[in-house]
Design a protein. Structure first.
Length: 346
């Protein structure tokens, strides 16, 4: 039995680290996937230069999701929707940037991934499953699984809480599933309480501690979920359909697909306060967003092309465009920032 599932990759970080002297986060990398029939990771430095293009060994095809790429220390996972598996890459030492990718099979087509509690969590079209991480890598066998409440193919994103996972299904479900003390999925999925009566298409989410910020895109709202209950709802104002969100420090940023924009919110306690309706605009519809290490990265699609835009973010949460890359396909999916100083051990 193959106990360790991890490919290598992203030792392009070693190549990029020489740029670190030019700026404290210039050695970071931004990663997206082509999401094509032959899926591949595209690895860029913060100046928008392609550092590496790495085949995942699977087929893409996912859409209407977020978190198609997840990163944790030395590991990075990307969904292969069309082939029903997840590719896991690992940074390795030495002069060889790649070690040959391997894949983790999923119950059915995966749409979103997340790391936490020494596990990789895979959200599929119908189920959520957990895979243990040890010194060998990610186990190919799930140690826990649960069926989603609707399981109708509308699953959008999974996030990690303290002792739970939170999941959005666009067919109007925000749900949680419990974890064992070891981090395995256990029991059945449960609908959270106090979901507003006008709920219309929960999409993206971001988590921290026991808080989950979940968008309700077609109702133009962002909700705070804590302890299996919706505590707060905030409207998106002039910007329509906040779809995908990212969180770091005091700021929550929402990518508003039909408005071609990103909004900034201040979050604390039970408060979600929009303090800037627009901090960035795009020619296309944003399809995912990430924020880390004073950098933000956004994927947007427009007709037959897509863009990866990389921003410096200052202490007040203002975006300044650092670089932008145009790709010859609108299917590009998922976005993650890999820090230059991410460790080699998990």
């Amino acid at each position: 039995m193959n106990k360790a599932i991890y490919g290598s990759a992203l030792l392009a970080l070693v190549v990029a680290s020489a740029a670190h002297a030019q700026g404290w986060n210039d050695g970071d990398l931004v990663v997206t996937s082509t999401n094509a029939a032959s899926n591949a990771l595209l690895v860029y430095n913060t100046n928008g230069a392609l550092v590496e293009q790495i085949k995942t060994g699977g087929a893409g095809g996912v859409s209407g999701n977020a978190g198609g790429i997840a990163q944790n220390h030395a590991l990075l996972a990307v969904v292969n929707f069309g082939s029903g598996n997840v590719s896991v890459f690992k940074k390795v030492g030495g002069d060889t940037p790649l070690q040959g990718g391997q894949t983790v099979p999923a119950i059915t087509n995966p749409v979103s991934v997340a790391f936490g509690h020494h596990h990789l969590y895979i959200l599929t079209a119908t189920h959520i499953e957990s895979h243990r991480i040890d010194r060998y890598g990610v186990s190919s066998t799930a140690d826990g699984e649960a069926q989603l409440l609707h399981a109708d193919g509308s699953a959008a994103q999974v996030g990690v809480l303290e002792g739970q996972l939170v999941i959005s299904e666009k067919s109007n479900a925000i749900e949680t599933v419990n974890l064992t003390p070891q981090g395995s999925v256990t029991g059945t999925a449960q609908l959270v309480a106090n979901i507003p009566s006008n709920v219309n298409a929960p999409f993206g989410l971001a988590t921290r501690g026991n808080d989950a910020y979940v968008t309700i895109a077609h109702a133009n709202e962002i909700s705070l979920v804590r302890n299996d209950t919706v505590l707060t709802i905030t409207g998106s104002g002039t910007q329509m359909a906040p779809c995908w969100v990212t969180l770091d420090g005091p700021f929550l940023f929402s990518a508003n697909s039909p408005s071609h924009s990103v909004s900034r919110y201040a979050v604390y306690g039970q408060k979600i306060i929009q303090d800037a309706a627009v901090v960035a605009t795009f020619n296309g519809n944003p399809t995912d967003i990430t924020y880390r290490d004073s950098l933000a990265a956004v994927v947007d699609g427009n007709g037959s092309i897509s863009h990866v835009s990389i921003f410096n973010v200052d202490g007040d949460g203002n975006f300044a465009l650092k670089s932008s890359v145009t790709l010859g396909s609108a299917a590009t999916n998922g976005i993650a920032i890999v820090r230059n100083d991410d460790g080699f051990d998990d």
